[in-house]
Design a binder for this molecule. Structure first.
Ligand SMILES: Nc1ncnc2c1ncn2[C@@H]1O[C@H](COP(=O)(O)OP(=O)(O)O)[C@@H](O)[C@H]1O
Ligand SMILES: [Mg+2]
Length: 331
């Protein structure tokens, strides 16, 4: 096995060493400062434990991990784009996955850090009112600052953090280029802290109570995070952005892959009972990309199980209800 074959898609959790980065993708010195511990996952996630990775997914993940490049996943809805990262984080013990769900209003700064300047000003005003004219200091800045998911992913740590940037196709046109810049440099500044010019300030991280001492307003990673970007649409991204990502179009579901997915989520008995349904779904999905794997999971769940099996007609009605085309039925 080549030493870059770290993620296998099947193994139980293991802390395999990630091979050294190419010289053009090394960042801060890991010995220079405080290293963030990887926070434990919230709980054992069903998605992480049941994910079925194909050979091409495994290769793309390993290339992204070793080359320290973001992985851009495209493909039909329900093809597992948002779930793959959970499987990687579980197997390689990368801790809690950081998530950034992109909308048309998302900006790069939101993902790096949020500073509640107005809240701080109001609190300062309140203190002044209550101080009978004495001079009072502004409240500590760290109570009004919090790193976002991307900002947290770039904190120094000995193993890469896992970061999902979900549905980047929904973003404003400039976001991919803005992101590219941060990915190239592996660092960013918090100007509000840099201006203060004092010692380290403990800033809270995304989605947790931990904090990290930021010095001179600058954050620089020591290990480039494992970043997965997903895109549903066929949107054209800038060439410079595409060139710097590892790209994978998620495979269209075959009967074998769908059967494996049903076995993983619902068990071998349910999968065997739904053999005809799985084949029917694969045929529909092949002809038309407007079907998602989770629709099949819902249908199999409804028509199998321990209770009294549904009659032929009830079963057919339920299947038709659940396997509607997404493109025409979802507005
Ligand atoms: N390869 C797979 N193995 C196991 N489950 C899968 C796989 N692909 C999709 N699924 C399941 O299908 C559902 C939809 O997957 P998701 O990652 O949300 O798709 P996407 O982000 O591409 O729309 C999830 O419940 C996921 O667990
Ligand atoms: Mg998704």
């Amino acid at each position: 096995m080549a030493d870059w074959q770290i993620y296998t898609g099947t193994a139980e959790p293991h802390r395999a060493a990630i091979p050294a980065a190419p010289p053009w993708r090394t960042f801060g010195d890991p010995k220079a400062g405080h290293q963030m511990e990887l926070p434990a996952p919230e709980s054992e996630s069903e998605t992480a434990a049941t994910f079925q990775a194909t050979g091409e997914m495994v290769d793309a993940v390993n290339a992204a991990l070793v080359l320290r490049r973001p992985l851009l996943l495209t493909g039909r809805p329900g093809s597992g784009k948002s779930s793959l990262i959970d499987s990687v984080a579980r197997e390689l013990e990368l801790g809690r996955v950081l998530r950034w769900h992109v909308t048309s209003a998302s900006t790069l700064t939101d993902a790096l850090y949020r500073y509640d300047a107005i809240g701080r000003l109001q609190a300062h005003g309140l203190r002044r009112e209550q101080s009978d004219g004495r001079v009072v200091d502004a409240p500590e800045i760290e109570d009004y600052l919090r790193l976002g998911p991307l900002g947290t992913a770039l904190l120094p740590s000995l193993r890469p953090r896992a970061l999902l940037i979900d549905e980047i196709d929904k973003s404003d046109i400039d976001l991919p280029n803005d992101l590219l810049n941060v990915f190239e440099r592996g660092e960013f500044d918090v100007p509000e802290l840099a201006r203060m010019g004092t010692g380290p300030v403990d800033v809270r991280v995304d989605g947790g109570d931990e904090s990290y001492p930021i010095e001179n307003g600058r954050v620089r990673c020591t290990e480039f995070p494992f970043v997965v970007l997903t895109s549903n649409g066929e949107r054209d991204f800038p060439a410079a952005f595409l060139r710097r990502c590892i790209r994978l179009r998620m495979p269209d579901p075959t009967v074998t892959l769908l059967t494996d997915i049903m076995i993983a989520h619902l068990g071998a008995v349910a999968a065997a009972e739904s053999d005809a349904l799985i084949k029917d779904f694969a045929t529909r999905a092949k002809a038309d990309r407007a079907y998602a794997t989770d629709q099949l999971m819902n249908a199999v769940f409804m028509v199998t199980g321990d209770g009294t099996p549904p009659g032929e007609e009830e079963r057919a009605r339920m299947v038709e209800l659940l396997l509607k085309k997404l493109a025409t039925d979802v507005v």
